[in-house]
Design a protein around this ligand. Structure first.
Ligand SMILES: *Cc1c(COP(=O)(O)O)cnc(C)c1O
Length: 391
Protein backbone atom coordinates (compact mmCIF):
# COMPACT_ATOMS: atom_id res chain seq x y z
CA UNK A 1 0.00 0.00 0.00
CA UNK A 2 1.10 3.55 -0.69
CA UNK A 3 1.61 5.71 2.41
CA UNK A 4 -1.39 7.88 1.64
CA UNK A 5 -3.72 4.83 1.52
CA UNK A 6 -2.13 3.37 4.63
CA UNK A 7 -2.67 6.60 6.57
CA UNK A 8 -6.37 6.74 5.73
CA UNK A 9 -7.00 3.06 6.47
CA UNK A 10 -4.97 2.42 9.61
CA UNK A 11 -6.82 0.01 11.88
CA UNK A 12 -7.52 0.34 15.57
CA UNK A 13 -5.63 -1.92 17.90
CA UNK A 14 -8.97 -3.26 19.18
CA UNK A 15 -12.30 -3.19 17.36
CA UNK A 16 -14.56 -0.38 18.57
CA UNK A 17 -17.76 -1.79 20.13
CA UNK A 18 -19.87 0.58 17.99
CA UNK A 19 -17.77 0.15 14.83
CA UNK A 20 -16.65 3.80 14.92
CA UNK A 21 -14.66 4.76 11.81
CA UNK A 22 -12.81 7.69 13.39
CA UNK A 23 -10.75 6.88 16.45
CA UNK A 24 -12.87 7.91 19.47
CA UNK A 25 -11.38 10.38 21.95
CA UNK A 26 -10.84 8.35 25.11
CA UNK A 27 -11.25 11.22 27.50
CA UNK A 28 -10.42 9.24 30.60
CA UNK A 29 -7.67 9.44 33.18
CA UNK A 30 -7.69 5.82 34.35
CA UNK A 31 -8.82 2.36 33.21
CA UNK A 32 -10.57 -0.33 35.21
CA UNK A 33 -9.08 -3.83 35.49
CA UNK A 34 -11.02 -7.10 35.71
CA UNK A 35 -8.81 -8.36 38.55
CA UNK A 36 -5.69 -7.55 40.59
CA UNK A 37 -3.37 -9.78 38.57
CA UNK A 38 -4.09 -8.02 35.26
CA UNK A 39 -3.37 -4.73 37.04
CA UNK A 40 0.08 -6.03 37.91
CA UNK A 41 0.66 -7.14 34.29
CA UNK A 42 -0.20 -3.65 33.02
CA UNK A 43 1.76 -1.68 35.64
CA UNK A 44 4.84 -3.84 35.12
CA UNK A 45 4.69 -3.40 31.33
CA UNK A 46 3.89 -7.04 30.54
CA UNK A 47 0.54 -6.27 28.86
CA UNK A 48 -0.52 -3.36 26.68
CA UNK A 49 -3.71 -2.72 28.65
CA UNK A 50 -3.70 1.00 29.45
CA UNK A 51 -3.44 2.03 33.10
CA UNK A 52 -3.12 5.82 33.36
CA UNK A 53 -3.35 8.53 30.67
CA UNK A 54 -0.14 10.32 31.72
CA UNK A 55 1.70 7.47 30.00
CA UNK A 56 -0.76 5.69 27.72
CA UNK A 57 -4.12 6.39 26.12
CA UNK A 58 -5.90 4.49 23.31
CA UNK A 59 -6.42 7.60 21.14
CA UNK A 60 -2.78 8.62 21.48
CA UNK A 61 -1.60 5.04 20.95
CA UNK A 62 -3.59 4.90 17.70
CA UNK A 63 -1.88 8.09 16.49
CA UNK A 64 1.55 6.76 17.51
CA UNK A 65 0.94 3.43 15.75
CA UNK A 66 -0.15 5.16 12.55
CA UNK A 67 3.08 7.19 12.52
CA UNK A 68 5.05 4.05 13.34
CA UNK A 69 3.68 2.16 10.38
CA UNK A 70 4.24 5.17 8.06
CA UNK A 71 7.89 5.51 9.07
CA UNK A 72 8.87 1.90 9.67
CA UNK A 73 9.96 2.94 13.18
CA UNK A 74 10.58 0.67 16.12
CA UNK A 75 8.48 2.89 18.41
CA UNK A 76 6.82 6.30 18.31
CA UNK A 77 5.97 8.47 21.31
CA UNK A 78 3.65 11.48 21.21
CA UNK A 79 4.31 14.54 23.38
CA UNK A 80 2.50 17.70 24.38
CA UNK A 81 4.68 19.86 22.09
CA UNK A 82 7.64 19.73 19.76
CA UNK A 83 9.79 21.17 22.56
CA UNK A 84 8.58 18.42 24.93
CA UNK A 85 9.58 15.78 22.35
CA UNK A 86 13.01 17.40 21.97
CA UNK A 87 13.60 17.99 25.70
CA UNK A 88 12.56 14.46 26.71
CA UNK A 89 14.75 12.91 24.00
CA UNK A 90 17.78 14.95 25.01
CA UNK A 91 17.20 14.19 28.71
CA UNK A 92 17.02 10.48 27.85
CA UNK A 93 20.35 10.36 25.99
CA UNK A 94 22.42 12.84 28.04
CA UNK A 95 23.80 13.05 31.57
CA UNK A 96 26.03 15.38 33.58
CA UNK A 97 29.54 15.34 32.12
CA UNK A 98 28.32 14.48 28.61
CA UNK A 99 28.35 16.77 25.60
CA UNK A 100 26.12 17.33 22.58
CA UNK A 101 27.51 18.23 19.16
CA UNK A 102 25.22 20.50 17.17
CA UNK A 103 25.08 23.74 15.18
CA UNK A 104 24.14 27.34 15.96
CA UNK A 105 21.62 27.06 13.14
CA UNK A 106 18.35 25.91 14.61
CA UNK A 107 15.00 26.83 16.13
CA UNK A 108 15.47 29.43 18.89
CA UNK A 109 13.98 27.48 21.82
CA UNK A 110 15.98 24.35 21.01
CA UNK A 111 19.12 26.47 20.98
CA UNK A 112 18.16 27.97 24.34
CA UNK A 113 17.48 24.49 25.77
CA UNK A 114 20.82 23.08 24.57
CA UNK A 115 23.08 26.01 25.39
CA UNK A 116 21.19 27.45 28.38
CA UNK A 117 18.97 25.08 30.36
CA UNK A 118 21.12 21.97 29.89
CA UNK A 119 24.31 23.76 30.92
CA UNK A 120 22.77 24.10 34.41
CA UNK A 121 22.64 20.29 34.58
CA UNK A 122 26.26 19.82 33.57
CA UNK A 123 25.63 18.96 29.93
CA UNK A 124 27.89 20.81 27.50
CA UNK A 125 26.77 21.83 24.03
CA UNK A 126 29.40 22.19 21.28
CA UNK A 127 28.36 24.12 18.20
CA UNK A 128 30.10 23.48 14.91
CA UNK A 129 29.43 24.01 11.22
CA UNK A 130 27.59 20.74 10.47
CA UNK A 131 28.23 21.11 6.74
CA UNK A 132 31.97 20.73 7.57
CA UNK A 133 32.46 17.00 8.28
CA UNK A 134 35.97 17.48 9.64
CA UNK A 135 34.63 19.96 12.18
CA UNK A 136 32.03 17.37 13.24
CA UNK A 137 34.74 14.71 13.63
CA UNK A 138 36.95 17.05 15.66
CA UNK A 139 34.10 18.03 18.02
CA UNK A 140 33.18 14.46 18.99
CA UNK A 141 35.01 12.84 21.91
CA UNK A 142 34.46 9.96 24.34
CA UNK A 143 31.88 12.01 26.31
CA UNK A 144 29.74 12.96 23.31
CA UNK A 145 26.23 11.54 23.76
CA UNK A 146 24.68 12.54 20.41
CA UNK A 147 24.83 14.73 17.33
CA UNK A 148 21.69 16.87 17.11
CA UNK A 149 20.57 18.70 13.98
CA UNK A 150 17.61 20.02 12.01
CA UNK A 151 17.11 18.49 8.55
CA UNK A 152 16.48 21.96 7.10
CA UNK A 153 17.39 24.54 9.72
CA UNK A 154 14.74 27.02 10.80
CA UNK A 155 15.08 29.77 9.63
CA UNK A 156 18.52 29.69 7.92
CA UNK A 157 17.55 26.70 5.74
CA UNK A 158 20.94 25.03 5.89
CA UNK A 159 21.01 21.33 4.95
CA UNK A 160 23.63 18.93 6.28
CA UNK A 161 24.71 15.68 4.60
CA UNK A 162 22.86 13.12 6.76
CA UNK A 163 24.43 9.85 5.49
CA UNK A 164 27.91 11.35 5.92
CA UNK A 165 27.20 12.53 9.47
CA UNK A 166 25.56 9.22 10.27
CA UNK A 167 28.71 7.40 9.20
CA UNK A 168 30.62 9.45 11.79
CA UNK A 169 28.09 8.95 14.62
CA UNK A 170 27.81 5.19 13.94
CA UNK A 171 31.58 4.87 14.11
CA UNK A 172 31.39 6.42 17.59
CA UNK A 173 28.31 4.41 18.60
CA UNK A 174 26.28 7.55 19.36
CA UNK A 175 22.82 8.52 18.07
CA UNK A 176 22.18 10.99 15.28
CA UNK A 177 19.06 12.87 16.38
CA UNK A 178 17.28 14.89 13.69
CA UNK A 179 14.47 17.42 14.00
CA UNK A 180 12.48 16.74 10.82
CA UNK A 181 9.76 19.35 11.33
CA UNK A 182 10.57 21.09 8.03
CA UNK A 183 9.78 18.13 5.72
CA UNK A 184 7.11 15.64 6.88
CA UNK A 185 8.25 12.08 7.59
CA UNK A 186 5.80 10.81 4.96
CA UNK A 187 7.92 12.43 2.22
CA UNK A 188 11.29 10.78 2.81
CA UNK A 189 12.94 8.08 4.90
CA UNK A 190 15.02 9.48 7.75
CA UNK A 191 15.91 5.92 8.67
CA UNK A 192 17.55 5.19 5.32
CA UNK A 193 19.51 8.46 5.60
CA UNK A 194 21.03 7.10 8.82
CA UNK A 195 18.98 9.01 11.40
CA UNK A 196 18.59 7.08 14.67
CA UNK A 197 15.96 9.21 16.38
CA UNK A 198 13.62 11.68 14.71
CA UNK A 199 11.97 14.50 16.68
CA UNK A 200 9.10 16.46 15.15
CA UNK A 201 6.98 19.46 16.05
CA UNK A 202 3.69 17.96 14.87
CA UNK A 203 2.19 21.39 15.63
CA UNK A 204 3.37 22.33 12.14
CA UNK A 205 2.55 20.19 9.07
CA UNK A 206 0.93 17.28 10.83
CA UNK A 207 -1.66 19.06 12.99
CA UNK A 208 -3.67 20.01 9.93
CA UNK A 209 -3.77 23.76 9.67
CA UNK A 210 -2.63 24.71 13.16
CA UNK A 211 -5.26 22.85 15.17
CA UNK A 212 -3.04 21.91 18.13
CA UNK A 213 0.41 21.83 19.72
CA UNK A 214 2.15 18.45 19.67
CA UNK A 215 5.40 16.60 19.22
CA UNK A 216 6.61 13.17 18.13
CA UNK A 217 9.67 11.08 18.88
CA UNK A 218 10.28 8.47 16.20
CA UNK A 219 12.77 5.83 17.26
CA UNK A 220 14.35 3.52 14.70
CA UNK A 221 15.53 0.97 17.25
CA UNK A 222 19.23 1.48 16.57
CA UNK A 223 20.00 2.81 20.06
CA UNK A 224 19.70 0.04 22.68
CA UNK A 225 17.32 0.89 25.51
CA UNK A 226 16.21 4.27 24.17
CA UNK A 227 12.50 3.52 23.58
CA UNK A 228 12.33 1.67 26.87
CA UNK A 229 13.78 4.62 28.76
CA UNK A 230 11.41 7.02 26.97
CA UNK A 231 8.31 5.02 27.90
CA UNK A 232 9.31 3.76 31.33
CA UNK A 233 11.24 6.76 32.60
CA UNK A 234 10.62 9.96 30.63
CA UNK A 235 6.86 9.62 30.10
CA UNK A 236 6.31 8.63 33.72
CA UNK A 237 8.66 11.09 35.40
CA UNK A 238 8.35 14.17 33.20
CA UNK A 239 4.66 13.77 32.39
CA UNK A 240 4.49 15.49 29.01
CA UNK A 241 2.46 12.92 27.07
CA UNK A 242 0.07 14.09 24.37
CA UNK A 243 -3.61 14.43 25.29
CA UNK A 244 -6.26 12.33 23.50
CA UNK A 245 -7.96 15.48 22.15
CA UNK A 246 -4.75 16.54 20.42
CA UNK A 247 -4.06 13.01 19.15
CA UNK A 248 -7.54 12.99 17.59
CA UNK A 249 -6.97 16.31 15.79
CA UNK A 250 -3.50 15.32 14.65
CA UNK A 251 -4.75 11.96 13.35
CA UNK A 252 -7.19 13.88 11.15
CA UNK A 253 -4.33 16.18 10.13
CA UNK A 254 -2.25 13.17 9.16
CA UNK A 255 -5.08 11.88 6.97
CA UNK A 256 -5.08 15.01 4.79
CA UNK A 257 -1.37 15.84 5.14
CA UNK A 258 -0.44 14.63 1.67
CA UNK A 259 -3.09 16.76 -0.06
CA UNK A 260 -2.12 19.86 1.94
CA UNK A 261 1.60 19.31 1.54
CA UNK A 262 1.36 18.85 -2.22
CA UNK A 263 -0.53 22.11 -2.70
CA UNK A 264 1.44 24.05 -0.08
CA UNK A 265 4.84 23.16 -1.52
CA UNK A 266 3.69 23.89 -5.08
CA UNK A 267 2.47 27.27 -3.79
CA UNK A 268 5.80 27.95 -2.06
CA UNK A 269 7.74 27.25 -5.23
CA UNK A 270 5.44 29.41 -7.29
CA UNK A 271 5.61 32.27 -4.77
CA UNK A 272 9.42 32.03 -4.45
CA UNK A 273 9.78 32.42 -8.23
CA UNK A 274 7.43 35.41 -8.30
CA UNK A 275 9.03 37.15 -5.31
CA UNK A 276 12.36 37.12 -7.11
CA UNK A 277 10.98 39.51 -9.69
CA UNK A 278 10.37 42.24 -7.07
CA UNK A 279 13.26 44.73 -6.82
CA UNK A 280 12.56 45.56 -3.12
CA UNK A 281 13.45 41.97 -2.23
CA UNK A 282 17.23 41.58 -2.08
CA UNK A 283 17.19 37.80 -1.70
CA UNK A 284 14.72 34.92 -1.68
CA UNK A 285 15.97 31.91 0.29
CA UNK A 286 14.14 28.72 -0.69
CA UNK A 287 15.83 25.36 -1.39
CA UNK A 288 13.34 24.72 -4.20
CA UNK A 289 15.00 27.43 -6.32
CA UNK A 290 17.47 25.66 -8.65
CA UNK A 291 20.33 28.07 -7.84
CA UNK A 292 19.91 27.75 -4.06
CA UNK A 293 23.15 26.32 -2.56
CA UNK A 294 21.17 23.53 -0.83
CA UNK A 295 18.92 22.67 -3.79
CA UNK A 296 20.71 19.50 -4.87
CA UNK A 297 21.23 18.05 -1.41
CA UNK A 298 17.61 18.79 -0.45
CA UNK A 299 16.42 17.05 -3.60
CA UNK A 300 18.68 14.07 -2.95
CA UNK A 301 17.72 13.63 0.70
CA UNK A 302 14.11 14.81 0.93
CA UNK A 303 12.72 14.40 -2.58
CA UNK A 304 11.23 16.83 -5.08
CA UNK A 305 9.19 18.90 -2.62
CA UNK A 306 11.07 21.58 -0.77
CA UNK A 307 8.70 22.52 2.01
CA UNK A 308 6.46 25.53 2.42
CA UNK A 309 8.78 27.93 4.27
CA UNK A 310 10.85 30.61 2.60
CA UNK A 311 12.58 33.78 3.72
CA UNK A 312 13.04 37.12 2.00
CA UNK A 313 15.60 39.80 2.76
CA UNK A 314 14.72 43.48 2.53
CA UNK A 315 16.92 46.58 2.84
CA UNK A 316 16.91 46.76 6.67
CA UNK A 317 14.87 46.03 9.81
CA UNK A 318 12.78 49.16 9.22
CA UNK A 319 11.79 47.96 5.78
CA UNK A 320 10.79 44.59 7.30
CA UNK A 321 8.53 46.27 9.88
CA UNK A 322 6.96 48.54 7.22
CA UNK A 323 6.37 45.47 5.06
CA UNK A 324 4.77 43.48 7.89
CA UNK A 325 2.56 46.41 8.84
CA UNK A 326 1.45 46.82 5.22
CA UNK A 327 0.20 43.24 4.84
CA UNK A 328 -3.59 42.97 4.51
CA UNK A 329 -4.13 39.28 3.70
CA UNK A 330 -0.97 37.55 4.91
CA UNK A 331 -1.14 37.21 8.70
CA UNK A 332 1.49 38.57 11.11
CA UNK A 333 2.01 35.46 13.23
CA UNK A 334 4.54 32.87 14.24
CA UNK A 335 3.95 29.15 13.49
CA UNK A 336 4.64 27.25 10.29
CA UNK A 337 2.42 25.46 7.78
CA UNK A 338 -0.88 26.92 8.85
CA UNK A 339 -3.47 26.86 6.06
CA UNK A 340 -3.04 30.65 5.92
CA UNK A 341 0.14 32.34 4.75
CA UNK A 342 2.01 33.79 7.76
CA UNK A 343 4.87 36.28 8.05
CA UNK A 344 7.23 37.14 10.92
CA UNK A 345 10.48 39.04 11.57
CA UNK A 346 12.50 36.29 13.36
CA UNK A 347 15.37 38.51 14.60
CA UNK A 348 13.09 40.68 16.78
CA UNK A 349 10.62 37.96 17.87
CA UNK A 350 11.68 34.28 18.07
CA UNK A 351 15.31 35.38 18.41
CA UNK A 352 14.48 38.62 20.27
CA UNK A 353 15.62 37.27 23.67
CA UNK A 354 19.15 36.58 22.33
CA UNK A 355 21.81 39.31 22.22
CA UNK A 356 23.40 40.71 19.03
CA UNK A 357 26.45 38.47 19.29
CA UNK A 358 24.32 35.33 19.64
CA UNK A 359 22.13 36.37 16.72
CA UNK A 360 25.27 36.91 14.62
CA UNK A 361 26.54 33.44 15.58
CA UNK A 362 23.18 31.98 14.56
CA UNK A 363 23.15 33.95 11.26
CA UNK A 364 19.87 35.58 12.19
CA UNK A 365 19.72 38.77 10.14
CA UNK A 366 17.78 41.96 10.85
CA UNK A 367 16.84 42.06 7.18
CA UNK A 368 15.01 38.71 7.06
CA UNK A 369 11.25 38.09 7.00
CA UNK A 370 10.12 34.46 7.27
CA UNK A 371 7.09 33.43 5.26
CA UNK A 372 5.11 30.22 5.80
CA UNK A 373 3.19 29.66 2.59
CA UNK A 374 -0.45 28.57 2.94
CA UNK A 375 -3.18 27.06 0.81
CA UNK A 376 -4.54 30.29 -0.72
CA UNK A 377 -4.45 31.12 -4.41
CA UNK A 378 -0.95 32.57 -4.84
CA UNK A 379 -2.27 35.40 -7.07
CA UNK A 380 -3.83 36.92 -3.95
CA UNK A 381 -0.81 36.34 -1.72
CA UNK A 382 1.59 37.77 -4.30
CA UNK A 383 -0.61 40.85 -4.79
CA UNK A 384 -0.70 41.42 -1.04
CA UNK A 385 3.08 41.11 -0.69
CA UNK A 386 3.61 43.44 -3.65
CA UNK A 387 1.34 46.15 -2.24
CA UNK A 388 2.91 45.82 1.24
CA UNK A 389 6.38 46.38 -0.24
CA UNK A 390 5.18 49.49 -2.08
CA UNK A 391 3.75 51.17 1.05
C1 LIG B 1 8.18 24.95 16.02
C2 LIG B 1 9.41 24.17 16.04
C3 LIG B 1 9.80 23.48 17.20
C4 LIG B 1 9.03 23.54 18.50
O1 LIG B 1 7.79 22.94 18.39
P1 LIG B 1 6.54 23.30 19.35
O2 LIG B 1 5.49 22.34 18.89
O3 LIG B 1 6.20 24.74 19.10
O4 LIG B 1 6.98 23.07 20.74
C5 LIG B 1 10.95 22.71 17.14
N1 LIG B 1 11.68 22.63 16.01
C6 LIG B 1 11.34 23.30 14.89
C7 LIG B 1 12.19 23.16 13.67
C8 LIG B 1 10.20 24.08 14.86
O5 LIG B 1 9.87 24.75 13.75
Amino acid sequence: MKKQTETIHSRFQRRDPYGALSMPVYNTVAYEFPDAASMVESFCGRSDDPDYSRVTNPTVIFYERTVRSLTGANDVMAFSSGMAAIANTIMAVSAAGKNIVTSTHMFGNTYALLTGTLSRFGVETRTVDLTDLDAVRRAIDADTCCVYLETITNPQMEVADLPAISEITRAHGIPLIADTTMIPFTEFSAKSLGVDIEVVSSTKYISGGATSIGGLVIDYGTIPGFADRMRKEMLLNFGSYMTPQVAYMQTLGLENLHARYTLQTANARDLAERLRTLPAIKRVNYPGLPDNPYHDITLRQFGPSFGAMLTIDLADADACFRFLNGLKLVRRATNLFDNRTLAIHPASTIFGPFNDRQRREMDILDTTVRISVGLEDMDDVFDDIKQALED
